[in-house]
Design a protein around this ligand. Structure first.
Ligand code: 9MR
Length: 747
């Protein structure tokens, strides 16, 4: 799909752009300079500035006086237009830059010079007063004769001076070979193994025969030893690997290391405490994703920020949002909810599966043999609502549910009862950008059958879970769910437009049978009514093999219905077979995990890792864990626990994909407000944030410039620019929260 961060320049800025063309000078046999007059020897032509910037020559450089008090980087810029880019070609982008006073950030971009100002490459170095040289290589994702190179310097409180020299964009350079630093070749769960749980690791080695290993405690004393098991060439990584099983060791402690083949692993604990913390952190994540409410710094130190999208300038706000041009005659108040991911969009289909998995984290605690509802109770998540005697996880999910309800088309309007698929900006915005600083108009997009059924399913589930705490809300939710269900039956094939990806994600989906099944299941579980049982029992989805290799997600939601029919008490005829289908799925995921030297229950067809693969690993683990809840058989518990090892460091990149967990962990996830990589005044993502993970399709230009030709697990880079491999998203963290809560319960 097409999604880009966009630089918005004013029309005046564009008109101010000088268009004088000088001939491009070849710089080498195949390397061609695309920038005209990057050396500023005698003139600043053909460089332009935004009207608020004054630029001139100074010691053979271009120096620009940048005003203070502008909102966004692109509000004050220097650039050059009419550059030609060739798709798939590699370019070296280099320049010298200085900033006085020291410490300012310049956003250097290569992008489209007209609306919607797609950004194809960007870097945001922090400048010294004496100046430094910068050089980057990227691959152009497009063919264009309307490219610009621009240096965006706005967004600072006080005025500063930017100087540039030797600006160059060299085409025809060989692509840069990216070598990730993968550290020691012994790969472990860098956070913790449970004392009574399985303990597996992976060794990358050229050795063909078994090797000795030692487990060392914090004092360096060997506390267990054994032999590796050669596993040959691993498809998911292309590496030659051995596996190590030290599950017979049941001691506890911190800072264990595993030694083999002359390498010492990163340290890890054997204990349960980390998972209690991860259960809370992965759920606390949602508060700082909230829209329409100021985030309190006392509740999340370092993360306080003004409310986003409440109609306070420069926000245009979510209080009276119209439909896309000509699509409806009303506006809706759609304030609240969670921002989907690193963007400011709010999408029903993704909000729906996320809400379901959060509610299910709570619902599991009520019904599972190891469930501990008290751990998710009032006060557990430090929310503004803490102290209201309602479990905090329900308070958090309600923030999204209230938004989902607001997205329903009002009575009396065409398509009444259906749900608008999404609300987001008219155009993509750039990074960084606090929610409260987003100047874009917001728009409601057309209702879809899938969105409507997401609303029906989650509102029906909410009706049974909130009933003990707020009967009125439970009743309201159930009414909305019934209305949505009837509206979906009346409009069963109103699908999202797969090309509707400007300013927000498309979430394309051309089949709603899984959403019908899920919604019918939730309505049946809550009401016990015959109509819904009939729909479940006659749906082809009910008996279909729905647990494929990729697992369930926002577009494949049948599993949500099947898992709940299996676990939430009910009297559906043939329920034993429903439970057996979950256990069979778990068996197949266990077989996958056993075949993988890195132990994850994920082996996508053709080794093509999907967008958000980490959540898919976790959701397959969720199915295995559910089989444990259904049977009590230890192999399912162990399989689910072992899946966590992959997420927390036992992987080809030797990285924990959860911020704040493990010695080397993802912390630069793509986000407009956890954008410390671009602005040192902003925070990294909060502890407990899951990165999307390896994605073979590497849709973003940054990943394309680094990862072209990557194998499975290697299709990941921890960089804010890599939105296709390294974004944060509410659905992915929901998969983490469910699993973290399961694992914590096994302690
Ligand atoms: O995770 C989503 C992926 O499965 C889809 O193919 C893609 C296209 O719709 O969108 C991904 O979700 C993104 C959404 O579109 C916009 N917000 C950020 C989401 C995570 O990257």
């Amino acid at each position: 799909m097409k999604r880009r961060r966009t630089a918005l320049l004013s029309l005046t800025a564009l008109l101010a752009a000088a268009l004088t063309a000088l001939p491009a000078a070849p710089a080498g046999a195949d390397e061609v300079e695309q920038v005209r007059n990057g050396t500023f020897d005698t003139t600043t032509e053909p460089w332009w500035t935004t009207p608020d910037v004054t630029a001139g020559l100074s010691d053979g450089r271009l120096c620009a006086d940048v005003p203070g008090g502008t909102a966004d980087r692109w509000d004050a810029a220097v650039g050059q237009n009419d550059i030609t880019l060739v798709k798939g070609e590699s370019y070296r982008f280099s320049f010298k830059a200085s900033g006085v006073p020291e410490g300012h950030v310049v956003r250097a971009i290569v992008g489209l010079q007209t609306a919607p100002y797609d950004t194809w490459y960007e870097v945001s170095p922090q400048l010294s007063a004496s100046g430094d040289s910068y050089a980057y290589t990227f691959t152009s994702p497009v063919d264009s004769s309307q490219a610009q190179v621009a240096f965006q310097a706005g967004g600072a409180a006080d005025a500063w001076r930017l100087c540039l020299d030797d600006v160059s964009l060299l085409g025809g350079v060989p692509p840069e070979v990216y070598q990730p630093d993968t550290g020691p070749r012994v790969r472990v769960n860098q956070v913790a193994y449970l004392p009574a749980g399985p303990k597996n690791a992976t060794l990358v080695t050229g050795a063909g025969t078994r090797l000795p290993w030692q487990l060392r405690n914090a004092d360096g004393r060997t506390v267990a030893h054994g032999w590796t098991v050669p596993r040959g060439s691993d498809v998911s990584s292309g590496q030659n690997v051995h596996s190590i099983d030290f599950g017979a060791f049941h001691g506890r402690g911190k800072d264990f290391t595993l030694v083999a083949d002359g390498e010492t692993s990163r340290p890890f604990a054997i204990g349960t405490g980390a998972y209690e913390q991860l259960r809370l952190d992965s759920l606390k994540y949602y508060y700082t994703q909230r829209s329409g409410i100021a985030i309190r710094d006392d509740l999340r130190p370092g993360y306080g920020r003004p409310a986003g999208h409440l109609n306070a300038a420069p926000n245009q706000g979510d209080a009276q949002v119209p439909c896309q041009a000509g699509r409806c005659a009303y506006t809706l108040d759609v304030t609240g909810g969670w921002y989907d991911a690193g963007d400011h969009g709010k999408y029903i289909v993704n909000g729906g599966i996320s809400t379901w998995e959060l509610l299910s984290t709570y619902e599991r605690s009520l019904h599972a043999r190891t469930g501990q509802p008290g751990r998710l109770g009032d006060g557990s998540l430090a929310l503004p609502e803490s102290g209201n005697k309602v479990p905090d996880v329900l308070d958090e999910a309600r923030w999204e549910l209230e938004f989902l309800l607001k997205m329903q088309v009002p009575e009396g309007q065409p398509l009444a009862g259906m749900a608008h698929s999404k609300v987001h900006d008219a155009q993509w915005t750039g990074l960084p950008l606090l929610p409260s600083d987003d100047p874009q108009p917001r728009e409601l997009h057309a209702p879809t059958t899938q969105a409507t059924l997401n609303l029906a399913a989650t509102a029906a589930q909410a009706a049974r879970l909130y009933r003990p705490y707020d009967r009125a809300f439970a009743a309201k939710a159930l009414t909305a769910a019934r209305t949505a269900w009837r509206a979906a039956l009346a409009h069963p094939e109103t699908y999202p437009d797969p090309n509707d990806g400007t300013g927000g994600g498309a979430y394309p989906d051309d089949n709603a049978s899984d959403e019908f099944y899920w919604a019918a299941a939730e309505l049946y579980l809550t009401t016990g009514e015959q109509e819904f049982a009939h729909h479940v029992l006659t749906s082809p989805v009910h008996t279909a093999g729905i647990f494929g290799p990729l697992g369930f997600d926002w577009g494949r939601t049948a599993a949500a219905g099947r898992l709940d029919l299996a676990t939430v008490p009910n009297a559906l005829p043939g329920r034993d077979e429903v439970r057996r289908s979950v256990i069979r799925a778990a068996d197949s995921y266990l077989a996958t995990a056993a075949s993988q030297p890195y132990g994850m229950p994920y082996a996508p067809d053709g080794n093509l890792y999907d967008w958000g693969s980490n959540a898919q690993v976790l959701n397959n683990a969720h199915v295995i864990a559910t089989a444990y809840d259904l049977t009590g058989a230890a192999r399912y518990r162990d399989g689910a626990l072992g899946s966590m090892d992959y997420i927390l460091g036992r992987n080809a990149l030797n990285i924990s994909y959860v911020t704040g967990y493990g010695e080397v962990a993802s912390h630069r996830q793509h986000s407009r407000w956890y954008a410390r990589e671009l602005d040192p005044n902003l925070p990294d993502p909060p502890r407990g944030t899951l990165a999307g993970g390896p994605n073979s399709s590497i849709q973003d230009p940054y990943a394309q410039s680094r990862l072209k030709g990557c194998t499975g697990q290697f299709c990941y880079v921890d960089d804010i620019q890599s939105w296709s491999t390294d974004e944060t998203a509410v659905n992915w963290n929901a998969a983490l929260a469910w699993m973290a809560s399961f694992v914590a319960d096994q302690g």
